[in-house]
Design a protein. Structure first.
Length: 472
């Protein structure tokens, strides 16, 4: 069926949005029928609904008419005489009574309201004639006021905390001649301002938004632009923290932006209204709204159970904000289900489930992606352990070492052929291209901690080693 689980940045990978067209047609009974059934040709009234029979009305014959007139005379009762003008008098009295009651009631309400307003003014309280009506939730025998806002208020309050991200990367495309050609591509995503340290503004987004990027730029609510660097990533949970140096921000931008208010996604309920804000299609910030369709949904893009929503999560929304009706961040928009027969299935990472991960990412060293000649190397050739191998032979997920280069720093540190690398400086590694991508931010001479599994009979034993990276 061409099912696709698409990330929200860039255009869908191989999916397309379409109407569900089952070839429905109108049947003669007034019901919709699938096109697989054949509509019956009609022949007279019976073709409209053969199971329905109409009852025929009784019609009197001429011979019956005198008898019916005679019966009507016997049953006719004399009518009471009405005095002239009686109805008009009653109507006038009724109207006068209504007017008198309305005048008395209105006067009492005006008097009470006037005394109340005067009392408020004397006590020093501000009197507002156009105050919004707060929503309320009835709890038990009492009434608890709920500080909720409408979508426009939430958008106005939250947009200064959301940023538009533009990335550039190098893509390799196969040619007709059997080799690959590189070209520069551009993509878009979103991010949420979560705080700052002494020198940097901290922004959380999705890992897939910045993975493989050669440059990352951030646009703020006032139109200001900053060049960002990657501080830390967690591919398995599709999270990344990027930073913009504070000295890049103008005073106007600093005054316009603000840190997002973090909510509690554990309190979400199915059916609760939510608002999504992000950089849809790279056009700049836009707002969509919907409800929480389901909780604890799993899909292939994330290890964390996700929030499902029917708020539109369009390409470019990845990394943007999912907010509750208090204007609090409850999720990070991440992906959508793309299929020609599916609508309204977007997913967001619940903020409470990944708060500790985000905090750890903010503590990592800010790094810049290095060129091929300037980055450090482990000195190995490796391959991704496939899912079938993991299931059938119990091999850990990660990168299996197939060979070493001359003077390999990994071999010097004690790693062997057949070992499976699972972590680099505490970051989970599940694929060879992921390991290479992470190493692109490390310089020669840096020491990294490699966590790996080594074969031990019929099982694997976890070990770790300190490896000093070298030039290629």
């Amino acid at each position: 069926m061409n099912d696709q689980m698409n990330y929200g940045n860039g255009m869908p990978m191989n999916g397309q949005t379409g109407y569900l067209n089952q070839g429905m047609q109108q049947g003669y009974t007034g019901q919709v029928r699938p096109s697989g059934g054949t509509a019956q040709g009609y022949s007279g009234a019976s073709a409209y609904n053969e199971s329905m029979a109409y009852s025929r009305p009784y019609v009197a014959t001429p011979a019956d008419m005198p008898k019916k007139r005679e019966a009507a005379k016997k049953t006719e009762k004399p009518r009471a005489k009405s005095s002239s003008g009686g109805f008009g008098k009653k109507l006038a009295i009724t109207v006068l009574c209504g007017l008198l009651f309305g005048a008395i009631a209105g006067g009492m309400i005006y008097l009470i309201a006037g005394k109340k307003l005067a009392s408020l003014k004397e006590s020093g309280q501000q009197v507002s004639y156009n105050a919004p009506i707060p929503t309320t939730n009835v709890v038990g025998d009492g009434v608890q006021t709920s500080l909720e806002f409408d979508v426009a208020d939430i958008a106005e309050s939250a947009m200064p905390s959301v940023v538009a991200i533009t990335i550039k990367s190098i893509q390799e495309v196969p040619t007709y001649f059997g080799f690959y050609q590189e070209y520069e591509s551009e993509g878009s995503g979103s991010g949420i301002i979560i705080g700052q340290n002494e020198n940097e503004l901290l922004i959380v987004t999705n890992n897939h938004v910045v993975a493989g990027a050669t440059s990352v730029s951030v646009a703020f609510i006032d139109g200001g632009i900053g060049e960002a660097k990657v501080k830390g990533t967690d591919p398995n949970n599709d999270l990344a923290v990027i930073v913009v140096p504070l000295d890049q921000l103008t005073d106007e931008t600093k005054a316009a932006i603000k840190t997002a208010k973090i909510g509690n996604s554990d309190e979400l309920k199915v059916g609760e209204q939510v608002v999504a804000i992000g950089n849809a299609l790279g056009y700049g910030q836009s707002v969509t709204t919907g409800i929480v369709s389901a909780l604890n949904r799993m899909n292939s893009t994330n290890d964390t159970p996700l929030i499902q929503t029917d708020a539109a999560i369009n390409p470019g929304n990845s990394g943007g904000a999912l907010l509750n009706m208090k204007g609090e961040i409850v999720g990070i928009n991440s992906s959508k289900y793309s299929n020609t027969s599916v609508e309204g299935m977007g997913y967001a990472i619940p903020i409470s489930a990944v708060q500790d991960i985000i905090n750890n990412l903010t503590e990592m060293k800010t790094r810049t992606k290095l060129s091929q000649d300037d980055r450090g190397y482990l000195g190995i050739e490796g391959s991704t352990v496939q899912e079938q191998t993991i299931q059938e032979f119990g091999v850990p997920a990660g990168v299996m070492i197939e060979s070493f280069s001359t003077d390999s720093p990994a071999k010097t540190a004690g790693l062997q052929k057949g070992d499976v690398i699972t972590k680099l400086d505490g970051k989970d590694i599940t694929a060879n291209d992921q390991l290479l991508s992470e190493l692109a931010y490390y310089e020669p001479g840096e020491v990294v901690t490699i966590t790996y599994y080594t074969p031990d009979g019929s099982s694997y034993v976890e070990k770790s080693a300190q490896v000093t990276l070298t030039h290629k």
